[in-house]
Write a new protein. Sequence first.
Length: 318
Amino acid sequence: MQYFLNFIFTPEKKYETPIMTNKMKPEKRVRKNYFLKWLLLILIMIMMQEENAMIAQETNPAAYEKEIQRWHEQRINSLQREHGWLSLIALDWLNEGENTLEGICTIALQNGKVTASINNNIVATVNEKEFFSGELKTDNDSSGSDKVITGTKAFVIIKRGEQLAVRMWDAEAETRKNFSVIEMFSISPQWKIEARWEEYSPKKKVRIPTIVSGYEDEAEVPGVAVFAIAGKEYRLEPTQDGEEYFFVFADKTNGKETYGAGRFLYTEQAKDGKVILDFNKCYNPPCAFTPFATCPLPTKENRLPVRIEAGEKSYGEQ
């Protein structure tokens, strides 16, 4: 950096020389040097602004606390959506043949294909169009599941392994109407940790346990985040979720201050061999709010023998 600054601010005559190594005239060479100086100066100013912004965020506790508070407000708003985790009222596994969804429809499962026939006295829609009967896509379909909406209720078909189930919401669910705050640990920048990223090549194939008895999910792990707490090294492996890393982890606060089965954390992908683990943004899985979710559980590699006193605490009596 100092070399470039000297180049920019040293008078141009220092760089003029009677010994020409090419056919460029001295005056053209001077103009070229001026252009390079201005280009370098602009690039340096951009780099300094970005660096200063990062430093300001790291050294300004008030600004950082507001950032985490905004994140948590968005998280709460998502939970309270009409068809969010708080409004789930059922998870019914389908049997081969006909299945009755009481008061709404009959669902038939045949060789992995799901069709629904709405009861005569029920008005239902799919994709904002009136729906009477037909095949329903599951959440395993590339274009997403078909959501059937009738009154305050809605349902989709989900697939877990070879099993299919009806997942149903009700906007008037008591769990949604009676929702209260989720307590958090005190926000502290010390829990925003820069980890070393070690990429796996090829990606590591893993089986992830879930809260659904007998069902494990298959996934690929792109690498491992290696970090230190109080001078001791720890490791966490994420799966890939779109453009982000998704960590499911357990720590020594589980079953005490935090939800017993662990917590979730999303991060940006690794950059320059680093990944930022902001544990102030770790949160409860859906299973902390409802028995009708199918949450993944931490693998043995992601069970930390340390207390992570950051992020969300347990909700309610769970």
